[in-house]
Design a binder for this molecule. Structure first.
Ligand code: MV4
Length: 460
């Protein structure tokens, strides 16, 4: 008898988590809940990590430098073989959006918990991503879905057609790297020359594209989850406009003040795009939102830091769903089942100097974490934990959920008041002040708001 889809699923029973910090804890929890065994890996700096003790196996794979440990593909594949892992979860950052790694994992006979290498590669090239989105009917920022030519006259014509200001972006960039705003024609060619040179050095590709520059957008993203059997749903939207230098600081779900009939067709277009490219697992479509319209900018092909706010409002365990999709299970969710209940905020607690924003390393001498209804803390730290200078400064995520946005803000104020971290500097004082801000409470914020607020705060 031929196997049914569900019988053929289950492809692995042990997962190697190729990451560290809070997300390693989060993924380990999801694996255990699904009855899967876990393999934790670490660098020398992370030998004392608490998630090493709770994993079924724990291997040190290299020195503290990320390049020699969490980015060392051969060491990770060897660890997976030694520990008998059947799958690798890359988390976020590190190797999570590396198409060559996804390919190497599959070639080693293991499952990469994420989309195919080809999906990662399409989205990694921002021009091919835009082309795929336009083909699927996803609204994009005005501008061609092809690389800029070298001919100066043609470039000038494209800019005039779009209308100044325009923005030049590197196809190999993303996340704010390799882009330059061009206010008017007289600086166009200079901007292109500079961005080309930066792109060649940073991404090994001189390929550029041009878009209309939107001056005061919000950053809104749509979360999707897809299986291997042609099913896909979107789980709602988030506002991630509160950022400094392309580092998000506060995220919320849903994005406030967006009418369902405006977002609905955008969500459906994202689902359509996933089906067209044969997307698998979780993904995020990033949009700029200005004057009531959505404009696609990039797709993230990984689990994101801010996934918890969508978990709170949708009730879906996104990490479990991602792992189940990688096992080959049919999505146990249809679009009609997806709801959005209440409002959720996430604050990223960073170990950083409040003035310089430089990472603050050292020992956590005292730690108090908040608890109570609608409060969730995702963290890997404890009193006595040594924050190392080698990695990202994120030490905890404070997540709240309440019936309304105003109640969720009040709950976050309460959660922040109950959070005490001593021994290292953190951004907690600044988050407390931000949650007292009137314009933020009113939701009158765009992607530039936080940087302007910080500037004003320093001046007074
Ligand atoms: C833009 C833009 C305005 N117009 N594209 C920055 C990160 C990268 N994902 C895309 N980015 C932007 N693209 C057009 N056509 C403004 C930004 C931008 C931004 C976007 C989202 C969140 C924060 C931002 C901060 C500065 C600039």
């Amino acid at each position: 008898m031929p196997e049914t889809l569900e019988q053929s699923a289950g492809r692995f029973d042990t997962v190697l988590i190729a990451n560290r910090g809070e997300i390693a804890v989060r993924i380990q929890r999801a694996c255990r809940e699904l009855g899967l065994k876990t393999v934790a890996i670490c660098s020398e700096a992370d030998r004392q990590a608490p998630y090493g003790k709770t994993a079924d196996s724990f291997l040190c794979i290299g020195p503290s430098s990320a390049a020699k440990s969490y980015l060392n593909q051969d060491a990770i594949l060897l660890a997976a073989r030694l520990a008998g892992a059947g799958a690798i979860h890359p988390g976020y950052g590190f190797l999570s959006e590396n198409a060559a790694f996804a390919d190497a994992v599959e070639k080693a006979g293991l499952v990469f918990i994420g989309p195919t290498a080809s999906s990662i590669a399409i989205m990694g090239d921002k021009i091919s991503a835009k082309r795929a989105m336009m083909a699927a009917g996803v609204p994009c920022v005005p501008g061609p879905d092809t690389a800029l030519p070298d001919d100066p006259a043609t470039i000038e014509r494209i800019a005039l057609e779009i209308g100044y200001p325009v923005i030049i972006k590197a196809a190999g960039g993303g996340g704010g790297r390799g882009m330059r705003v061009v206010p008017k024609a007289d600086v166009l060619h200079e901007a292109i020359a500079l961005t080309r040179e930066e792109a060649r050095k940073a991404f090994g590709s001189r390929s550029l594209y041009m878009e209309k520059f939107l001056e005061h957008p919000r950053h809104i993203e749509i979360q999707v989850i897809c299986d291997d059997h042609g099913n896909a749903v979107w789980l709602g939207h988030r506002d991630c406009s509160m950022q400094r230098r392309h580092q998000k600081v506060v995220e919320e779900a849903p994005a406030r003040g967006i009418a369902p009939d405006i977002i609905q067709p955008v969500g459906l277009a994202c689902v359509q795009a996933c089906l067209q490219i044969g997307y698998r697992g979780v993904g995020t479509f990033e949009f700029l939102y200005e004057d009531g319209a959505f404009y696609f900018i990039e797709m993230n092909t990984r689990l994101q830091v801010e996934h918890p706010v969508t978990e709170m409002t949708s009730g879906v365990d996104i990490v479990q769903a991602q792992i189940r999709a990688a096992q080959g299970h049919v999505l146990d969710l249809i679009q009609g089942d997806v709801t959005c209940e209440g409002h959720s905020f996430e604050c990223r607690i960073n170990a950083e100097d409040p003035e310089t924003f430089l990472p603050s390393a050292g020992v956590v001498t005292h730690l108090a974490l908040p608890a109570g209804p609608g409060i969730r803390v995702d963290t890997h730290i404890h009193a006595g934990y040594k924050v190392s200078p080698y990695y990202d400064s994120l030490i905890a995520k404070l997540i709240v959920h309440a019936p309304t946005r105003a109640e969720a803000m009040a709950r976050m104020r309460e959660a922040l008041a109950g959070t005490e971290v001593e021994g290292i500097s953190t951004n907690i004082p600044f988050l407390r002040a931000l949650f007292e801000d009137g314009a933020f409470a009113q939701g009158e914020t765009d992607i530039h708001y936080l940087e302007q607020w910080l500037k004003l705060r320093r001046a007074t």
